[in-house]
Design a protein around this ligand. Structure first.
Ligand SMILES: [Fe+2]
Length: 196
């Protein structure tokens, strides 16, 4: 059984940067739905294996990609948030790695912002490390039912689906992104980086 991650903050404390009603809907309705779906899909896979009946494997496989990625990405996203006052910083080893791969820290931040603002339709922006390419990268994950990079370890995950900001920010994605930066937990990013 997969479970929703436990939050180590009270989501009212993310205000005013992230409205608590919007968070409640995002976490307790949408994220719960993806988690429940994932568990149902796993159980359907088990039944099919038991019955040696793979007649619906195509639709099951699509549902798996969509819901498993939604579950993973939301878990990582909610984990990398923190209420204000947010004193977390990227550690110097990761900052040096960023400078090496992106040219400068400013270039990294600019690329992150542009990736968030210019994603086409619903999706995610993920900053991570690809082991095979040996490279830190920012990728736009436009549809999470599609596979993301193989061997890519997510370090920072940001939800830019409309449901993640519309109730509070309407169509002002720029303001949502600006405010989200106040509540990103870079300690979590450091820990993920250190465990590569
Ligand atoms: Fe979301």
């Amino acid at each position: 059984m997969y479970e929703m991650i436990k939050l180590n903050y009270n989501y009212k404390d993310l205000e005013p940067y992230y409205d608590s009603n919007m968070f409640n809907y995002h976490y307790n309705v949408l994220y719960k739905g993806y988690t429940d779906n994932l568990n149902k899909i796993m159980s359907d896979f088990n039944s099919d294996r038991k019955n040696d009946d793979f007649s619906n494997i195509q639709s099951l496989s699509k549902k798996l990609s969509f819901n498993a990625n939604a579950y993973i990405l939301h878990s990582l996203f909610f984990e990398n948030l923190i209420p204000m006052p947010n004193k977390t910083l990227l550690n110097s080893k990761l900052v040096n790695h960023i400078k090496k791969d992106f040219g400068s820290y400013d270039a990294f931040i600019n690329e992150l912002n542009k990736s968030l603002l210019n994603i086409e339709g619903p999706g995610w922006v993920v900053f991570g490390y690809d082991k095979y390419l040996d490279k830190l990268l920012i990728i736009q994950v436009e549809k999470h039912q599609d596979l993301i990079l193989i061997d890519f370890v997510p370090l920072l995950v940001i939800d830019v689906w409309e449901h993640s900001y519309y109730l509070q920010y309407k169509t002002d994605k720029t303001e949502y992104i600006r405010n989200l930066f106040y509540i990103l937990d870079f300690n979590v990013v450091n820990n993920r980086y250190n465990s590569i």
